[in-house]
Write a protein that binds this ligand. Structure first.
Ligand SMILES: *Cc1c(COP(=O)(O)O)cnc(C)c1O
Length: 479
């Protein structure tokens, strides 16, 4: 399998060449030269596979430069009931991503695909746990080391740390804004005692932390000398890992492999739903792919008007579904590339327009085309919608959902079609956002027993001033 950049440079790379890379040198994102197609008979054969074996089938289509036996080892090491047992008590952990139907008066209306059973209780574990093992494999093979430098406002940083902890050739330096994350999120990250994990806090906001990461990464000599890398959401391996659970959700929801199913996805950086788009391009019978946003509705606007208009950080709202507070969707370019029939010259032009003018306009005529050819629809949710949806789902189905998943359920209900099953991706568990749940339901959500008292565990964290030099020195002293 060869990989190309959405902006056209022709480098003829393979999976292992791009595994540790970020952007392509021309500023584009990597995509396979073509999507492998999956037929009905293949889907039927995959029905009885374990999640790990299903992952091997799908990943091997994209990573043919890794021996299948090695891939099998990596997938079985990653997708175990032990790693994905942290979630909902009623679920069967051996399924890794159990499908839970919300039923009322005996009729199932919406299925929740639980993607949040990993160590940090959010769907990012699904990809990050695999990446940790893939990175370790590739680094060992190449005799290299990697120092991951990142900034986080919550979910991504902790998912990365839990994926990389204890790995011999990897260190993680994660900057976070002091006092801006929930006590639960802080405890999850800062209580890690593994010597290869370094939590650094700064007195500032997330953007300040991000600026330091950018400044360090722009020092190319330092970056090369200290083997600095990232694990951001544009990483291709993260996207491909996420494709697997669309197949698993589909296979759990259906009995025959021609039936169509729709998916609704709480979206921010467009990484999760980009994987759904790829699954659909591979031939998985997906009817609709519905993008759910919160008040930060850049993507909803695009799928309704054809106009992509990014917002400045000063125009980005802080909402009660904070992991979707994004005003520029980093994976969006991958979809635009396919939408424009892979015309990389046009993609390069449009995204330079994003740099200069903050967006582009493909005109409203594109909207029915996106619906018919690609299945894309969208909707938007607000704080009030989240609270009401959390309340109504708890009342009607006796299930507590997190605020991001609530955005998904709210939007899914506007796109139901008779006879087509609707799956909403559950992107986090309610305990991570206990305050909003308490506001909606008058009590805190259940806490999975493994997390009892984590706020009281000793924390290992280093305070940094807002100073690039100090961060560089810290990295130097600890590598
Ligand atoms: C990251 C995240 C999202 C958004 O996913 P994208 O891939 O960025 O679209 C939604 N919900 C939760 C809980 C998240 O952590």
């Amino acid at each position: 399998m060869k990989y190309v950049s959405t902006r056209g440079s022709d480098e003829q790379l393979q999976f292992l060449d791009i595994l540790l890379a970020g952007l392509a040198p021309d500023g584009g994102l990597y995509l396979p030269a073509s999507y492998p197609k999956v037929c009905t008979e293949q889907l039927d054969r995959w029905r009885n596979l374990s999640y790990a074996d299903l992952a091997v089938e799908i990943l091997s289509l994209y990573c043919d430069d890794i021996a299948v036996e090695d891939l099998r080892k990596i997938a079985h090491q990653t997708y175990t009931a032990k790693v994905f047992c942290h979630g909902r008590q009623y679920d069967d952990a051996s399924k890794i991503v159990p499908l839970h139907w919300l039923s009322h008066d005996g009729a199932a209306e919406i299925g929740l695909l639980s993607l949040s059973n990993g160590p940090t209780l959010a769907f990012k574990d699904m990809a990050m746990q695999l990446i940790g093992n893939l990175f370790a494999y590739a680094l060992k093979k190449q005799g290299r080391q990697l120092n991951i430098l990142g900034a986080t406002s919550g979910d991504t940083g902790s998912a990365a740390e839990y994926a990389m902890r204890g790995k011999a050739d990897i260190r993680v330096f994660m900057l976070s804004p002091a006092g801006k994350m929930s006590p639960f999120q802080c405890a999850q990250m800062y209580s890690l005692q593994d010597p290869n994990i370094f939590n650094l806090t700064i007195d500032g906001v997330f953007d300040d932390a991000q600026d330091i990461v950018k400044a360090v990464s722009n020092d190319l000599a330092f970056k090369a000398k200290h083997q600095i890398g990232t694990v951001n959401s544009i990483n291709w391996a993260r996207v491909i890992a996420q494709v697997v659970y669309y197949f698993s959700g589909y296979l759990q929801a259906t009995k025959n492999s021609t039936e169509q199913v729709s998916f609704t996805v709480p979206s921010g950086n467009f990484g999760n739903i980009c994987a759904g788009h790829i699954a659909r391009m591979m031939g998985l019978p997906i009817c609709k792919l519905i993008v759910a946003t919160n008040e930060n509705d850049v993507l909803d606007e695009f799928f309704k008007t054809g106009m992509y208009r990014t917002r400045k950080s000063s125009e980005t709202y802080h909402t009660t579904s904070p992991s979707m507070d994004i005003s520029k969707a980093s994976n969006f370019e991958r979809f635009i590339f396919d939408l424009l029939n892979r015309d990389s010259g046009r993609v390069a032009e449009l995204f330079s327009q994003v740099q200069v003018q903050g967006g582009f306009d493909l005109s409203p005529q594109i909207v029915p085309f996106m619906q018919e050819q690609f299945g894309f629809y969208s909707g938007r949710s607000s704080h009030r919608d989240r609270i009401e949806t959390i309340q109504s789902v708890a009342r009607k189905y006796q299930v507590v959902i997190d605020p991001h998943t609530a955005d998904g359920v709210k939007v899914a209900k506007q796109h139901l079609d008779p006879g087509v099953k609707m799956l909403v991706l559950e992107t986090a568990l309610p305990i991570k956002f206990a305050q909003t749940i308490a506001q909606a339901l008058g009590h805190e959500p259940d806490r999975p027993s493994a997390f009892d008292g984590i706020e009281k565990l000793p924390q290992r964290v280093k305070k940094m001033s807002l100073d690039v030099l100090q961060v560089k020195q810290f990295i130097e002293q600890n590598t």
